[in-house]
Write a protein that binds this ligand. Structure first.
Ligand code: TXA
Ligand code: MG
Length: 318
């Protein structure tokens, strides 16, 4: 069993495993990550192999601060402004890769841009500091599965693929980072996530451009694949009530009565609490063996945008 409480000793061991080219799962404020030394192409290849992930999907590289980010990519004045406002935290920026960037081409899928994040989670930060190398880390789930927000979720998907899973309890934000592309003329939202889009637009003083969405087109951000974050069960959105045989994913104080499995993401209607509970709730309802999970409507403000984005993908035909 690779799960270990995230003590100083376990973090040291995990850093050593990373430096020797092995995979380590670790908590971040958004979701648990599957980390490899980003400068080691073979180690990065291990991530794709473990996840069963399509090779064209570039990874997020995690570093300690904006200074470290500047060794990998050029930070425009707008990028520096967003770094100031949201790092450390749940914002990923896609930036022009520096010519001398030491990150393996495989981690950026051969693109001339690189996605960088400075996490705020103390264990993630301690691991980055101890490893001394940038850490490439997608969410620590098998490709297409729901993202993990606990060490047990990681163990269920990838337990036999990692040297160690650092356990520090549930991820507090619960949805992945917001991804903004700053490599072009205009900042563009590639993925709604843990930092509300409105908060970013407030700092920028202008609305973000949106990536043209999914169907038929080559996704601007491959995490935008239509069917993603999928539980095994079918998903029915905007359900006013659950039908017999379904599970109910509820939200808010007014829940229709239902005899089957029910989880309320937030009885008080708090979207931050709902985001933190989202992936664990989908996994639990899925594990009851129902054929369909009915999901009550969830407002789209704040983290509701990221929640609804993940739910639409969970509901998409596969
Ligand atoms: O919260 C998170 O972001 C978590 C934790 C572990 O940090 N990581 C995560 O990584 O969600 P992943 O690999 O599951 O999602 C990375 C997203 C994908 O949508 C990917 O397509 C996009 O970032 N991305 C990465 N590099 C990119 C690039 N150069 N250009 C455009 N999109 C990129
Ligand atoms: Mg993912």
């Amino acid at each position: 069993m690779p799960i270990r409480p995230a003590t100083a000793e376990a973090i040291r061991e995990a850093a050593g495993a990373l430096r020797s080219g092995r995979l380590v799962a670790f908590p971040t404020e958004t979701v648990y990550g599957l980390g490899a030394d980003a400068t080691n192409g073979r180690a990065v290849a291990g991530i794709y192999a473990a996840k069963g992930r399509p090779q064209f999907n570039p990874l997020i590289v995690h570093v300690a601060d904006a200074g470290e980010a500047a060794r990998l990519a050029s930070l425009s004045p707008l990028a520096l402004k967003l770094a100031d406002a949201f790092w450390p935290g749940a914002l990923t920026m896609v930036l022009a890769k520096r010519a001398d960037c030491p990150v393996a081409d495989l981690a950026t899928a051969g693109l001339d841009t690189i996605a960088i994040r400075v996490p705020s989670h103390p264990i993630a930060r301690a691991l980055i500091a101890a490893a001394v190398v940038p850490i490439a880390a997608p969410s620590a789930n098998r490709s297409g599965h729901v993202s993990p927000t606990t060490a047990a979720h990681v163990d269920a998907d990838l337990g036999d693929q990692v040297a160690i899973i650092l356990d520090d309890g549930p991820s507090p934000v619960g949805v992945e980072s917001t991804v903004v592309d700053l490599s072009g003329a205009q900042p563009k939202l590639l993925r709604a996530g843990g930092v509300p889009t409105e908060a970013i637009e407030t700092v920028l003083g202008a609305p973000l451009a949106r990536a043209t969405d999914m169907a038929g087109e080559r996704p601007a951000s491959p995490g935008q694949l239509a069917s993603h974050y999928a539980p095994r069960a079918a998903v029915r959105l905007d359900a006013a009530a659950a039908r017999p045989g379904e599970a109910l994913l509820a939200f808010g104080p007014t829940v229709p009565s239902h005899g089957g499995p029910t989880i309320n993401l937030s009885p008080t209607g708090d979207l931050n609490e709902a985001a933190a509970n989202l992936f664990a709730a989908l996994r639990s309802l899925d594990a009851t063996g129902v054929e369909t999970i009915a999901i009550m409507p969830i407002p789209s403000s704040g983290l509701g945008e990221a929640i609804n984005d993940r739910l639409r993908r969970a509901a998409a035909a596969r």
